[in-house]
Design a protein around this ligand. Structure first.
Ligand code: ZN
Length: 310
């Protein structure tokens, strides 16, 4: 069993409209945009990163806004709900705030004894806020949400699978432990994680396979401290029979990717070098940042990418 993985690093989803996406995460949820760059594999669209003050791994929600993308069809073999951690007793504040902001899909829930507020993202993304006692992570304080109420980072993602068994085995191999099981949902958590420690596996016998589109999660990334640990994880996964990509430089972290038995794409990313490697922490996310392989596209991109507030 591996011990290098420390929880979630980031979650990457797809959106239709960059401006709407930016408004939702910065104004409605009060996260900080920590990087404005482009999709390194399709540089004519943005890659937007939202998180806490520094873009701490475990807090980073990222988006590829594809203007021509179709709608998602939720189903099996994908991430179900992406959940953020908020302090205990703050859900009434959030209910009122999100309702006033016209956010759809608001529903109070309880799972594993935790109070949750489900809500939809701008493209029907499935989100929840989960009250957590004693989450010591520092929130972004300048996003218009009082610090006492603000999002601390991720709480969890849920995976919606036809047969969760093989994925549970994989997660245990990656260092997760089963901590609970309720109503057909298996809860796994990583010991000594970064705060974004939980994965829920929902096993659903029937239903269609998901069609990814706007509002779908594209992949889930797990955090390792550095490149040496990433190589250890890569070797262990390869030795176990997974097809893992070579290490790819994403400028703000190094990434490896592999497809899981249930169909969800996993990534393992380094905490180094971080989002302040090419801009001052005080100005994170403000300027359009391009990787050197796409630097020559700047004049075109500055003219064609939708201007974003903030
Ligand atoms: Zn990623």
């Amino acid at each position: 069993m591996l011990d290098q993985i420390k929880g979630l690093h980031h979650v990457t989803s797809m959106a239709k409209d960059a401006r709407e996406n930016n408004d939702f995460f910065t104004h409605k949820l009060g996260l900080r945009r920590v990087k404005k760059t482009v999709n390194f594999d399709a540089p004519d669209v943005y890659h937007l990163y939202y998180g806490d003050q520094r873009g701490t791994p475990g807090s980073i929600m990222t988006y590829f806004p594809f203007p021509n993308i179709g709608a998602r069809h939720a189903g099996i073999g994908e991430v179900g709900v992406t959940a953020f951690s908020v302090p205990e007793g703050t859900l009434p504040f959030w209910q009122e705030r999100l309702q006033a902001g016209g956010v759809a899909g608001l529903a109070a829930e309880e799972r594993f004894g935790e109070r949750r507020l489900a809500f939809d993202g701008p493209d029907g993304d499935s989100f929840a806020l989960v009250e957590q006692r004693g989450d010591g992570r520092e929130p972004w304080e300048k996003g218009g949400v009082p610090a006492d109420d603000a999002i601390r980072g991720f709480h969890s993602v849920s995976l919606r699978l036809r047969d969760g068994g093989a994925t549970e085995e994989l997660l245990k191999f990656m260092g997760y432990q089963r901590v609970d099981r309720q109503n057909g949902i298996v809860r796994l958590a990583i010991p000594d994680g970064n705060g974004a420690d939980v994965i829920d596996i929902e096993t659903i016998a029937g239903g269609n396979h998901a069609d990814l589109g706007a509002g779908s999660v594209h992949h889930v990334a797990f955090a390792v401290e550095d490149r040496a640990r990433q190589l250890e994880v890569r070797k262990a996964l390869l030795d176990t029979g997974y097809q893992v990509t070579p290490v790819i430089d994403r400028d703000y972290f190094w990434a490896i990717y592999f497809r899981t038995p249930g169909g969800v794409l996993f990534e393992v990313s380094t905490n180094e070098p971080g989002f302040d490697r090419d801009e001052d922490t005080a100005h994170l996310g403000e300027a359009l940042k391009l990787p050197k392989q796409h630097a020559h596209l700047r004049p075109y991109l500055e003219q064609h990418l939708q201007p974003l507030e903030g």
